[in-house]
Design a protein around this ligand. Structure first.
Ligand SMILES: Cc1cc2nc3c(=O)[nH]c(=O)nc-3n(C[C@H](O)[C@H](O)[C@H](O)COP(=O)(O)OP(=O)(O)OC[C@H]3O[C@@H](n4cnc5c(N)ncnc54)[C@H](O)[C@@H]3O)c2cc1C
Length: 285
């Protein structure tokens, strides 16, 4: 297949190219897009690479003590970042579970979120952390809470001429206990279910819980019903079971080549229970 490969030097130039060419697609690490082109699933006439745009892979301290991760930061960049380890260790736990070494070296956080494949690892962690997508387009810049960014299978709230430029992540609350657990059939696979739990504890009582799941519905989501049950509760087996039931009830999985829907839902219950138990006990794996 033939296509034009364009390498704009600025975000403005990149969004102008997207506006001018309806058949253009952004190219980041190419890990998913090139596979889709090779298999004939998409046939863009133009690829707009972001790789010549300066600063898009930077990981910096955010203005309110959080983090800003450029869309072009690779999974390997994220894992190597002391700032991520210090301010958002939950994200590092999720990124560690991604595929193989080449995918971690070339795949980008922005590409992962924009591709929005069911069972990706970063989305549940970023949802639990309360992250926002930083976007730019011909009409200016805007921020989209990540909970509104994922709209459907392989779909996001980005307009066709918009680019994801980065992710803003509030600092993980001091003293919080966080854990990402992934269930996959083989080590390099996408998650059958991925669970991110972030608990702010006061002794055995949970002051505030954030719980997000991936792989068990069209998009990763916050399990608000379960969070409500956990907030203010002593995290005994009864409370954990009730939260796992509530989270499983919010799942809406499909049957696919990796697992039937019913299995995904059962595993959601099991892995939420496990994640809450281990997070409450302060375990990090
Ligand atoms: C074999 C394999 C195994 C994998 N395993 C896992 C796994 O276990 N867990 C996991 O979470 N992920 C997994 N992935 C996905 C991986 O993490 C990558 O993040 C993903 O492939 C896309 O990132 P990329 O930078 O290569 O994006 P690309 O392939 O370049 O782009 C993907 C899509 O996003 C769009 N896009 C990219 N960047 C932007 C942007 N900044 N703004 C707007 N649109 C953009 C592109 O136009 C394209 O539609 C796997 C991928 C492969 C190929």
């Amino acid at each position: 297949m033939k296509f034009d490969l364009l390498e704009p030097a600025t975000i403005g130039e990149a969004t102008a190219l997207l506006s001018a060419r309806a058949d253009a697609r952004i190219l980041a690490g190419g890990q998913s897009l090139l596979l889709m082109i090779r298999s004939g699933l998409v046939r863009p006439a133009t690829l707009v690479s972001l790789n010549a745009v300066g600063g898009l892979a930077e990981i910096t301290a955010g203005p309110t003590d959080g983090l800003s991760i450029g869309a072009l930061a690779t999974h390997a960049n994220i894992l190597a970042s002391p700032l991520v380890r210090e301010r958002a260790p939950l994200l590092a736990m999720a990124v560690e579970r991604i595929g193989s070494t080449p995918v971690r070296n070339f795949g980008t956080l922005g590409g992962n979120l924009c591709h929005n494949e069911m069972g990706g690892d970063p989305p549940p962690a970023l949802l639990a952390l309360g992250a926002e997508a930083e976007c730019a387009g011909p009409r200016g810049r805007r921020r989209i809470p990540l909970a509104d960014f994922f709209t459907d299978y392989f779909s996001t709230a980005l307009a066709a001429d918009e680019i994801l430029t980065g992710i803003a992540i509030p600092r993980q609350p001091a003293g919080s206990r966080a854990l990402y657990l992934k269930h996959a059939m083989r080590p390099g696979d996408l998650a059958i279910v991925g669970v991110a739990a972030l608990l702010e504890m006061d002794g055995g009582v949970c002051r505030r819980a954030r719980l997000a799941l991936g792989g068990v519905g069209p998009v990763a989501f916050r399990a608000y019903e379960a969070e409500k049950l956990l907030g203010g509760a002593r995290l005994d087996e009864g409370a954990i079971d009730a939260a796992a039931e509530a989270a499983a009830a919010m799942c809406d999985p499909i049957d696919d080549a990796h697992a039937p829907a019913e299995y995904r839902k059962k595993m959601a219950r099991v892995f939420v229970r496990r994640a809450l138990r281990r997070a409450a006990a302060g375990e990090e794996r």
